[in-house]
Design a protein around this ligand. Structure first.
Ligand SMILES: Cc1cc2nc3c(=O)[nH]c(=O)nc-3n(C[C@H](O)[C@H](O)[C@H](O)COP(=O)(O)OP(=O)(O)OC[C@H]3O[C@@H](n4cnc5c(N)ncnc54)[C@H](O)[C@@H]3O)c2cc1C
Length: 492
């Protein structure tokens, strides 16, 4: 049972932190420091704590873990980390250092990958880190996963060759580099925020081209069968680490927010690290450009930072934001909308996948047209290296050792429209079986986990070891947001 924050707790917090480190709901900083991706998950915390030094963080973590308060650790909020009493924001942990000799960057966990991409580009032009593909994701909440466009070359950001070490404050207030206990570092590679609060990490930074070709291709409705078949054929080509793509099925025109009936758009987002010429060739994406009805967006040559930023800046027509005086909404403006996400993984993109995906989308909208605002399917077509570079299924907490593609699904609506989380979760629970014929219960990545997911299936052979490590570091299960690995026994 958790307790409500009382005067006693507030005065205890004031003994640990300075006034500037305690953010009240009346503070201008409060909104941005507690903001979550899925609006319905906002628990409107009574306080946000922002320790600015390691000792202050250690005392805060110890106090919160020994208390009965409902608290959550937050870095970027894209994982919708929230709690009713206290949010512990890591935003003051924003250091950055790059060592050119070792090609290792030490990065503070409270900043976003957009910050890291920019800092790498400034201090080490021609290099790139394996982060994520949109700029506003927090380092701390994503470090245990991290799929980037360059994962197609180098594997996941959390794989041993990329996440080299992490400094962590444990629930009892001690701090250590996780490499001091190889089991802990292993657990951080997939096991989420279950073991302590990460303050900084050492990540490998790789030389990488600054000439990535990126563009979109949108298709009319009638092209759906042809695109579905061609995407399947592309996914079955021999692995080529420099090309990848995302397939979007969503109402990119945001008709629901304009009071119109929603309609899904079919669009490919193309990534080609060989550049423009290759992208248009037979070895690249000529097959997609040649599909009848293809509407090709502007092609740009960009760095990885620019590629990631372009997604954050992407325009979606959206009445809500136009009303605030901006010409169009950015992807970031989806933050705060209601929505439940789920991310399945599959090794087989068959020729009917997009046709079944569209049917699923239409069935969801039929339950409530308002869901047109934030219901989508994104198929992330990946190359072999992404999930086959970890060193085997036992090498990291989340087992992965072969080519896989991600099916990201979201069911949601604008904040002002009614939303039933129960209905959304039920639709998401049933979705993979409807879209992926060979889906098995463990075929999920360890992000956006809900009650219907079975962690023992997702972590498979590694689950018991993960629970042992949880028991060693957080025996009372106080770090219980995101997904929760239950300790083996509850200590009194
Ligand atoms: C639009 C969108 C695009 C995405 N794209 C990608 C992508 O391209 N690649 C990819 O890999 N992932 C992607 N993700 C998933 C993203 O990596 C996860 O949602 C991640 O958990 C977000 O981290 P955060 O710090 O922003 O979130 P938060 O909500 O701040 O945190 C998420 C979880 O991590 C824990 N946590 C946060 N900070 C710390 C810390 N310092 N120490 C310990 N635990 C901590 C929290 O307690 C919470 O459980 C995407 C998500 C969204 C919404």
């Amino acid at each position: 049972m958790t307790m409500m924050l009382s005067e006693k707790h507030i005065s205890a917090v004031h003994k640990i932190l300075t006034v500037g480190e305690i953010i009240e709901p009346s503070s201008p900083e409060y909104g941005s420091q507690k903001m979550v991706w899925s609006g319905q998950k906002d628990r409107h915390p009574r306080l946000v704590l922002k320790p600015r030094s390691l000792p202050a963080l250690q005392k805060t973590v110890k106090y919160l873990c020994e208390s009965d308060l409902d608290f959550a650790v937050r870095s970027g909020g894209a994982g919708s980390s929230s709690a009713s009493d206290i949010i512990l924001t890591m935003s003051a942990f924003n250091g950055f250092h790059f060592d050119r000799n070792t090609e290792i960057a030490t990065v503070g966990a409270g900043q976003t990958w957009g910050d890291i991409d920019r800092k790498i580009e400034e201090s080490a032009p021609g290099y790139a880190g394996v982060g994520v593909r949109v700029p506003f994701i927090g380092v701390g909440g994503s470090l245990s996963f991290c799929v980037s466009w360059i994962s197609n070359n180098f594997g996941m950001g959390s794989d041993p060759q990329n996440l080299l070490d992490a400094r962590i404050v444990l629930p009892d207030g001690r701090e250590l580099w996780a490499s001091e206990d190889p089991g802990l570092l292993w657990a951080l590679r997939g096991g989420g925020g279950n073991f302590g609060v990460i303050t900084e990490a050492k990540i490998k930074v790789h030389p990488f081209t600054s000439n990535i070709c990126c563009f979109t291709i949108r298709f009319p409705d009638y092209a759906l069968p042809a695109v579905s078949e061609a995407v399947s054929a592309f996914s079955k080509r021999p692995s080529e680490p420099k090309v990848a793509m995302h397939v979007f099925l969503m109402d990119l025109e945001q008709r629901t927010l304009r009071g119109e009936a929603p309609k899904p758009c079919l669009e490919l987002l193309i990534y080609d690290a060989y550049g423009k010429e290759h992208a248009q060739s037979e070895d690249g994406f000529k097959w997609a450009l040649d599909i009848d009805g293809a509407m090709v967006g502007p092609m740009s040559s960009v760095t990885l930072r620019q590629m990631n930023e372009s997604q954050g800046k992407r325009n979606f027509q959206c009445k809500r934001v136009v009303a605030k005086g901006e010409p169009a909404a950015k992807l970031r403006s989806y933050m705060g909308m209601n929505g439940c996400l789920s991310t399945a993984i599959t090794d087989n993109i068959d020729r009917g996948i997009l046709i079944r995906g569209k049917k699923w989308w239409e069935q969801v909208i039929a339950t409530n047209p308002f869901l047109g605002a934030n219901t989508y399917m994104i198929l992330e077509v990946m190359q072999e290296a992404v999930f086959a570079s970890s060193g085997g299924r036992g090498a990291t907490a989340w087992p992965h050792d072969s080519r896989g593609h991600i099916l990201q699904l979201c069911v949601g609506s604008a904040a002002e429209n009614g939303f039933s989380e129960e209905l959304a979760l039920d639709l998401l629970r049933k979705a993979p079986a409807e879209i992926l014929p060979c889906h098995r219960p463990g075929d999920y990545i360890p992000l956006f986990i809900h009650e219907f997911h079975d962690l023992s299936q997702i972590f498979g052979q590694n689950y018991e070891r993960l629970r042992e490590i949880k028991t060693k570091y957080d025996p009372h299960g106080r770090l219980n947001k995101g997904f929760f690995i239950p300790p083996l026994k509850t200590c009194q």
